[in-house]
Design a protein around this ligand. Structure first.
Ligand code: UTP
Length: 289
């Protein structure tokens, strides 16, 4: 079955980015001049996704507005003959079909995904987390969809991470079955570096089979009263095979400050209209005391 739908859980509180995220969603932080969430939406569309289900929460209205028509803005830009900008804002509101579902309380990523059960129905679907921005030739989610089409099982994006960072991630116990494809025998959430079953960490791109919904419904709340997706996936391992896929591309964890800064610098350096001047600026940079 083809993957047409994607779930974007964006209801998290973004505490790692306070105070910026006190009144505005972290997904709207701009990388150069585009909000984080737009990069991920564009990745999904380039990967063939036709419908996006956003799981939103309190204070996230700006996301909905961003992908909607802005009549006043379009009217003003038209009046000022700013046609390039007009085309850009119109393009954003025509990108794809969106559907918004509210997660009334941030009770975990697993709980957020469960909100999409009725809209997704009985088909496999993609999940993309807005914190992870991936720069790649082939959209990362498209790479996962291609692997799904070969294996017809849930596929989780994984990345090699340094030992000292491994405790920040869910980690897979892998058995490589093809180049970059791993059959998962266990998942460990945030292991101590010496207890990690591998250096392959789970990052924010997934293809999930619809059985995940029943499993999440029966998954008990864990840490902090939250229903964790990793616990759901662990539950699924006893019924179904799950694969990890080491995608090709560079990932930035834009949900934390350092990752966001790295992404900002690198995306700016890649921009044809800014890169050269910005590089010169960085080379000559001397901070005054
Ligand atoms: P994170 O824990 O990384 O994001 O959740 P967060 O809660 O927004 O940020 P911090 O940790 O407080 O800084 C991973 C993803 O799951 C979503 C988040 O929006 C993020 O995309 N999420 C998390 C939900 O949609 N609902 C939740 O209840 C929890």
């Amino acid at each position: 079955m083809k993957i047409h739908k994607a779930v974007f859980p964006v209801a998290g509180l973004g505490t790692r980015f306070l105070p910026a995220t006190k009144a505005s969603p972290k997904e709207m932080l701009p990388l150069v001049d585009k909000p984080l969430i737009q990069y991920v939406v564009e990745e999904a569309i380039e990967g063939g996704i036709k419908e996006i289900v956003m799981i939103t929460g309190r204070g996230k209205n700006a996301i909905e507005d961003h992908f909607d028509i802005s009549f006043e803005l379009e009217h003003t830009l038209r009046g000022k003959n700013q046609n390039g900008l007009l085309e850009e804002v119109q393009r954003i509101s025509n990108l794809v079909d969106f559907c918004y579902i509210r997660q009334k309380e941030p009770l975990g990523l697993g709980h957020a995904i469960l909100r999409a059960k009725d809209v997704i129905g009985n088909e496999p679907f993609a999940v993309l987390l807005g914190d992870d921005i991936i720069y790649s030739d082939i959209p990362a989610i498209k790479q996962l969809i291609d692997v799904y089409e070969e294996y017809h099982s849930s596929i989780i994006a994984v990345e090699e991470v340094e030992k000292r960072d491994i405790s920040n991630y869910g980690v897979i116990e892998p058995k490589e079955v093809a180049n970059g494809v791993y059959r998962i025998s266990n998942l460990v959430e945030k292991p101590l570096p010496d207890k990690a079953p591998s250096n392959l960490a789970i990052i924010g791109r997934y293809i999930l089979t619809p059985e995940i919904f029943n499993i999440l419904e029966n998954t008990k709340a864990g840490r902090g009263g939250e229903i964790q997706l990793t616990d759901g996936l662990k539950g699924m391992l006893s019924h179904q095979v799950i694969y990890g896929y080491k995608f090709k591309g560079k990932r930035y964890d834009a949900g934390n400050k350092l990752g966001f800064l790295k992404a900002t610098v690198e995306f700016a350096l890649r921009r044809p209209d800014l890169g050269e001047e910005f590089r010169e600026y960085l080379k000559g940079l001397k901070l005054t005391e």
